[in-house]
Write a new protein. Sequence first.
Length: 217
Amino acid sequence: MAASTSPESPTPVDFWFDPVCPWTWLTSRWILDVADRRPLKVSWHVMSLSILNGNRLDELPERIRVLMGDAWAPVRVLTAARLSHGPEVLEPLYTALGTRYHLQQQPKSRATLEAALQDAGLPVDLAGAGDTDRYDEELRASHTRGITLVGQDVGSPIIAVPGADASSDPVAFFGPVVNPAPKGEDAARLWDGVITVASTPNFYEIKRTRTGGPDFS
């Protein structure tokens, strides 16, 4: 089971995300709701579906290949923002991007990046990072830190919490994929259950087929 959840010692939660993924957006809104009801300290990290799928683009449908091309700019901008302004800017910038991408269905364009940066109180010229590979080494390092915990056959998001004691490996998992994201005490109960399941030794997978597109209500 994860580390102490007393108010004096909130459970550290590491959350890796790619901002273009609608399912990750739903999970991220869920974890923020949980953090209002359970003593969690969420740290945000960038991962990249473009990196994850880089060696199998030919196997993907055309629309996903296009998305993987569009997905480079936002994760580069997020990485540049973190390096320039600190890790605390990741959540507000992700929220600004996700609101525009998923709720408002805005294009994954330079203009949307600039608007999201402005929403988050960051310099709009950071959008230029999306057009360069200058930050790719740090982006890949952040991505690798998350993927190393769970393996290559997963996606975004990845969540990690401490193990049972200081000597234990982190408990990390992909997901959960929730649609729509539960709220209130339903969100908190799901967190409790997910942590119980994920903390069970040698437990690997629980899954069922999705029956519809993302529900952002």
